[in-house]
Design a protein around this ligand. Structure first.
Ligand code: NAD
Length: 496
């Protein structure tokens, strides 16, 4: 019998009322490795009820207690980082070193959340009027839900729940059904660190669980990360139900290479950011914009590096890139390569039909490179989310800026140049949330906030950092007087 990945509700593994299950694959072999329970609406009720109950007491816990538990959690995550990375690789497919990097970036949000006593400090103004003081506090929302994608089964949930819980909320996580195991381990370790049962719950499931969370009257806020169509749906349904929602969507990230750039540096960056994690990153570079006469040299340098990459099982230390997450996704990505060829793009490196020795049934597609891609092609327009890099040639810096700004997505972008003024001009003119100057994947540190613009984010708050604290709390402004005498005054209160 295959193992069943269960929910984590009120401090214990449970199958609840779930009768439906989903396949969880080992992407390197193509075999079904586990089954995952898929929540019914009654499981959602159970998880939310546990969160409501535990959340009341948790919201009363002292900042010192919360901080202490987070420090202990940080310690446990560090001690179990290899185990977590192995869980990611087993179900997602990415190479172990990449999975370890993901754990590290998630852990940094826990480190940020350890400082919650400082982060929740309000403001205080003495004597705003005679004998009157004014101050502000931030209070938790209550129960918050997080809905996360397959591509970072540890890091993306950790963008959300450590900070939400540190701020005094209870949390229900609905991770991706493609790689569900790591989330349960994250919950177990939090319990081991001293978190009371019910404060952090994991609900395995699909659209049924998501929609039940969006409709549940006891869920006050929703953080979502995933594809743009689902982000749009989650934002619309959640806000229609009166919830606070931040919904981060898909991406098409452009890396602009100016004529003065160092070709080797730019080619290294394009290959690393284009094919790392098999292109299954929301901050992956999927379009290289070659400006002016650097294009021929740049394409040759990228092609030379692309053909030298080693693709293989994520557990193989020699592999630089692993398989795609499922066979269905691999076939979808491959169909984009077919479409690119049919549309007339120049296929410089063709990754189709590849399989490493002994792994014929894994979900493989080797790194693939297109040149002379134009904005009317689907390989340019759609988020492919695979190891397919497109080069678009433009004549000028202005044409590059116009191309980036005409794209409906606005998650990340990078510029490669030795010209500081051009980089500054680019940073000021592009309509994109996260910008790298000679940095291909500009993921902000935990103490800054992560988020895109346009179709890459619905809602107005980015995740983690100061904006994360703001999202998971509500402000109160208090005006206080301790009078020794009083009198009637029907005028509007003014100061003096
Ligand atoms: P997805 O949108 O298919 O799934 C995301 C979550 O939504 C999952 O938990 C899934 O179960 C749920 N879901 C799927 N279909 C649903 C439906 N019809 N109704 C309600 N819920 C539904 O995304 P994915 O394939 O798991 O992840 C890849 C996508 O995530 C890419 O588009 C990528 O760009 C995006 N992503 C964005 C960011 C960011 O920060 N902007 C970060 C990581 C991933």
């Amino acid at each position: 019998m295959t193992e069943l990945v269960q929910h984590w509700i009120d401090g214990a593994r449970t199958t609840g009322a779930s009768v439906r299950t989903g396949d969880v694959f080992n992407p390197a072999t193509g075999a079904v490795a586990r089954q995952v329970a898929l929540a019914e609406p009654s499981d959602v009720d159970l998880a939310v009820a546990a969160a409501v109950k535990a959340g009341r007491e948790w919201a009363e816990s002292s900042l010192a207690t919360r901080s202490k538990i987070l420090f202990e959690y940080r310690h446990l995550l560090h001690a179990h980082r290899d185990e977590l990375a192995a869980l990611i690789t087993a179900e997602h497919g990415k190479v172990l070193s990449d999975a370890a990097g993901e754990v590290q970036r998630g852990l940094e949000v826990v480190e940020f959340a350890c400082g919650i006593p400082h982060l929740l400090k309000g403001e205080h103004s003495e004597q705003v009027s005679r004998g009157v003081d004014a101050y502000s506090v931030r209070e938790p929302l209550g129960v918050v839900a997080g809905i996360t994608p397959f591509n970072f089964p540890v890091m993306v949930p950790m963008w959300m729940f450590p900070l939400a819980i540190a701020a005094g909320n209870a949390f229900v996580l609905k991770p991706s059904e493609r790689d569900p195991s790591a989330s349960v381990r994250l919950a177990e370790l939090f319990t081991e660190a001293g978190l009371p049962d019910g404060v952090f719950n994991v609900l395995q499931g699909d659209a049924m669980a998501v929609n039940a969370l969006l409709d549940h009257p006891d869920v006050a806020g929703v953080s979502f990360v995933g594809s743009t169509p689902i982000a749009r749906h989650v934002y619309a349904r959640g806000t229609a139900n009166g919830k606070r929602v931040q919904a981060l969507g898909g991406a098409k990230n452009h890396m602009v290479v100016l004529p003065d750039a160092d070709v080797d540096v730019a080619a290294d960056a394009a290959v690393s950011a284009g094919y790392g994690s098999a292109g299954e990153r929301c901050m992956a570079i999927s379009v290289v914009v070659a400006v002016g006469d650097i294009a021929d040299q740049l394409v040759s340098a990228i092609a030379a590096r692309t053909t030298e990459l080693t693709t293989g099982p994520g557990t193989d230390p020699a592999a630089q890139m692993g398989p795609l997450v499922t066979g269905v996704h691999r076939d979808r990505v491959t169909s984009y390569v077919d479409a690119g060829v049919a549309a007339g793009a120049a296929l410089v490196v063709d990754g189709r039909g590849f399989a490493p020795a002994g792994h014929a049934d894994g979900f493989w597609l080797a790194p693939t490179l297109f040149d002379n891609v134009t904005p009317d092609m689907t390989i340019y327009q759609d988020e492919i989310f695979g190891p397919v890099l497109s080069v678009v040639r433009v004549p000028t810096f202005d044409a590059a800026v116009d191309l980036v700004n005409a794209n409906p997505y606005g998650n990340g972008t990078a510029i490669y140049t030795g010209d500081g003024l051009a980089a500054r001009e680019y940073q000021r003119r592009v309509h994109v949330g996260m910008i790298g100057v000679n940095v291909p994947i500009p993921v902000p540190m935990a103490y800054y906030s992560f988020g895109g613009w346009k179709d890459s984010l619905f809602g107005d708050t980015h995740v983690h950092g100061a904006e994360g604290v703001k999202f998971y709390t509500r402000a109160k402004a208090i005006t206080a007087r301790w009078p020794r005498q009083s009198g009637i005054d029907l005028g509007f209160p003014t100061h003096g």
